[in-house]
Each structure stands twice: as structure tokens, then as C-alpha cells.
Design a protein. Sequence first.
Length: 170
Amino acid sequence: MEDITDGLVSAADCAGCKQCCFFESYTLADTPTVSDDVAVLSAMLVPEVRFTEPYGRRLFMMLPTEDKEIFVCPMLDHSSGCKLGGKKPFECRLFPFALMGVDGKRMITLSPSCPCIGEVSFGRLKERASALLKDVLAEADERPELVRPYEAGYIVMCVEKSHRQITPQE
């Protein structure tokens, strides 16, 4: 899958923000799903990394911060960004988009929490989401646990019409 933010936001803005690497206590279930390959690489890079497996998905055990309600990804290096580089978990590579499902249909949605995309036109975001959907659905076909239930507040960008067909949302 291509670099999602390339051409949408600057690398410097994205790296400087890191907001997507922090989770509030009530959103810990939204942390990225860790594949076998990412788990092995993570353990090599950060031997003390730990995982949890609720909901049939392997997730990073997020690290607490000084604010007891905020947790941070163990793969975040605060000075250089993600230690995993291009091998990030699926959800991290897809952000600011998310793959969600409702009523048996999968869709790409836009996260309401990414401050770096505020200057990007809605049309460009929809265009990028539509261009990604085929590859995103192919990955989800291999790993159905990547499809999360739709959450209020996320903006629907494009919806799977039927298996492998896409419809941009109007």
C-alpha cells in the first residue's frame, strides 16, 4: 500500500504531530492490530514490548504517560517517529483513514482526530480513499480482523458496493 499521507500533508507536519500514536484510556481498543511480521520486528527493535489479544486481535500494550488517561505506542521514538518505519501496522499505514464496516459493507472513513489534514480539500481526500480501497479490501480479505465497526464521527469517504466494487460517497 502506498504512503497514504504523501501529497496530502508534509512529512514534517506528520512527524511533528504524532497525535495518532497516543490513545486515551477509553480508545485503547482502537490501537493497531499487530500482524505476526510486525510483532517479530517490534520485539527485535524493542525487546520489552508486550502485546494483548482481546477481541481476537493482537494489539500493542500501550505505555502509560504522566497523564494516567493517556497512553503512547511503544514503537514511538519521540525524536524520530515510528521505530517500525515502512513496516507499521495496517491501521497506522492507513491513517488518517480507517477501514470500517456496517451492515456487511466495508468502507474507508476519515478520522476526525487528524489535525494535519485540515487544509486538504474534501475532494482530494475522497479521491485518495477511492484509489486505496481496492488494496485495502484485498488486505482485509486476508485479515478480516482489520475491519472495525463503524464509529460515529468518522466521515465515510467510499463504500464497497459489492465485493471488490467501490462507490465514492456523495
